[in-house]
Ligand binder design. Structure first.
Ligand SMILES: Cc1cc2nc3c(=O)[nH]c(=O)nc-3n(C[C@H](O)[C@H](O)[C@H](O)COP(=O)(O)OP(=O)(O)OC[C@H]3O[C@@H](n4cnc5c(N)ncnc54)[C@H](O)[C@@H]3O)c2cc1C
Length: 491
């Protein structure tokens, strides 16, 4: 089949019935549920872009294996141009949602592409596993599927291993093998957008110890597999808020969920590994599934930071405060942050690595640097927006107020901005800002930037340790040598 339209994506959602729990009730018809309607349409728009002549060549390509047109997320990069083709996809999708939706289909499709193209390392454990992941890659590529993933154990007692928790199956683990596959039980989190995806893929960060065998597993199943329960967090919006009052929250809510597996059967051909601590710990380093998706996340994060910066600038301009030195200083800082991330992205794309199998990967150090900087830069952009918007952020009337003819003259008079900025224009700008910096929706966006791919503190510690292993500290050593020379040699 190759690329799907938005309508085909929606039809496949309507055809299945995953077990989704929302606010204490089971969702009967996902598509009619207000909370999900608009996000479904935002994802559908991305699918439709694949057919739009303006974007098609930017974000899709002809698959060599099938001769069909497929998304660039399924491209195994064999040249610098391939890397840039992916980059174009990431940026096009990110711009379509202002970087506010992190788990658009490209994210996990890149993960699976990386896993499949590097799955050879699994052969020494079980050759079926690498065959399964390659076939799975073909399945999602050729049907243009949308995946969620859950790689983290629920936060129960982090001071203990999975097998030491109160119940052996609090964290997702293998219960038994049958002739048809594995039976798994327990929970994983934090599956963003799970209710409106086609499939879920399960794997984990490294760090397994002997004793963790039953938890060392990776597999993928359809999201409506019997026994899989999707427990959603409280929605940040009810799906009924007006686009005027909540221009971003009303459209880009990415629902997050815990996945509870109640003796779920995973067919053998969907098992990518199990019961093997060494294989599970090798998955990240051997397959590039940190690097390739970090490219998507870096581009998306760049777009999101650039968007937040633009909104902060518009707020300042609309009330005529951007002539003040302190405001210019804050906004200049944000623009420089955006430029820093853009430069790091370019370095990662131009100082690429090539694996021994000829796969091109963006350079990891600049991507990890983005990963370390954005959890500081994005909250700072939000803080600057709050500081500049000040009291006005709280003082926006509603769209309904603007429609009231009795009230409207007052609004036009008291809510107008600097010369040339009407009341409605100023209020619209401030509402954009409030969704980002005041609403629960905006707080989630901030938390996402901190944690979307692991703990930034531990990630930076790993980054430092890698640097320490590689670095010979040559300049410092040279300077030390110089100071041991007799003084006369120093002139
Ligand atoms: C909005 C959002 C969306 C997300 N989407 C997804 C998704 O789609 N799929 C997915 O799989 N995951 C997703 N994540 C989850 C994300 O991967 C985790 O939040 C992240 O890995 C951190 O894990 P945690 O939340 O369990 O925090 P924890 O690991 O429990 O950390 C809590 C605190 O304790 C500290 N801490 C914990 N353990 C240690 C330790 N061993 N050493 C030192 N300090 C420690 C941490 O520094 C942190 O301050 C998402 C997260 C967010 C916030």
């Amino acid at each position: 089949m190759g690329i799907r339209t938005g309508e085909q994506y929606i039809n496949s959602l309507r055809a299945r019935k995953p077990e989704v729990w929302l606010g204490g009730r089971k969702v009967e018809d996902l598509y009619s549920e207000d909370v999900f309607k608009q996000p479904i349409h935002e994802i559908a728009k991305l699918y439709d872009m694949q057919f739009d002549p303006e974007y098609q060549d930017k974000i899709t390509h002809m698959c060599e294996e099938t001769g069909e047109r497929v998304n660039n997320a399924f491209l195994v990069p064999r040249s610098h141009e391939d890397l840039m083709a992916r980059s174009r996809l990431f940026e096009t999708y990110a711009r379509a949602t202002f970087g506010l939706m992190g788990r658009t289909p490209d994210f996990l499709n890149v993960v699976v592409t990386s896993m499949a193209s590097n799955s050879w390392f699994l052969d020494k454990y079980n050759p079926d596993w690498s065959v399964n992941i390659r076939n799975y890659y073909r399945h999602i590529r050729d049907n243009d599927l949308f995946l969620t993933h859950a790689i983290i154990n629920p936060q129960n007692d982090r001071s203990k291993a999975s097998y030491e928790q109160k119940d052996l199956f609090t964290h997702l683990g293998t219960v038994k093998e049958t002739k048809d596959g594995l039976v798994v039980r327990g929970a994983k989190m934090l599956a963003t957008l799970a209710p409106i995806t086609d499939e879920v893929i399960i794997y984990s960060f490294p760090g397994f110890q002997p004793g963790d065998e039953r938890y060392a597993l990776a597999f993928a199943i359809p999201i409506d597999t019997p026994g899989l329960r999707i427990i959603c967090r409280e929605p940040m919006q009810d799906g009924k808020r007006s686009v005027f009052d909540h221009p971003l929250a009303s459209r880009y809510e990415e629902m997050d969920a815990i996945l509870a597996f109640d003796d779920v059967s995973v067919p053998w051909d969907r098992v990518f590994m199990y019961n093997n601590v060494e294989a599970a710990n090798s998955l990240y380093p051997m397959t590039g599934i940190a690097q390739q998706p970090a490219h998507q996340s870096g581009v998306r994060g760049y777009v999101k930071l650039a968007f937040a910066t633009e909104v902060a600038c518009k707020v300042a301009d609309s009330i005529g405060v951007d002539g003040f030195l302190n405001v210019q200083n804050d906004l200049g800082e944000l623009v420089q942050a955006v430029e820093t991330i853009r430069a790091l992205l370019r370095v990662s794309e131009y100082e690429y690595e090539v694996t021994k199998d000829g796969e091109y990967r963006p350079a990891p150090a600049p991507l990890e640097t983005i990963r370390g900087l954005l959890p500081k830069m994005y909250p700072r952009a939000i803080e600057v927006m709050q500081i500049i918007g000040a009291g006005g952020l709280l003082m926006s009337p509603t769209g309904a107020d603007f429609e009231n003819t009795e009230l409207r003259p007052d609004l036009d008079k008291y809510f107008g901005g600097r010369e040339g900025v009407s009341a409605e224009e100023r209020v619209r700008i401030f509402k954009l800002a409030w969704d980002l910096c005041g609403e629960a929706f905006g707080q989630r966006l901030l938390q996402y930037e901190r944690y979307y791919t692991g703990d930034p503190i531990r990630k930076r510690a790993i980054f430092y340790n890698q640097y320490k292993r590689k670095s010979k500290f040559e300049m410092a050593e040279q300077a030390l040598k110089d100071t041991t020379k007799p003084e006369k040699n120093l002139i």
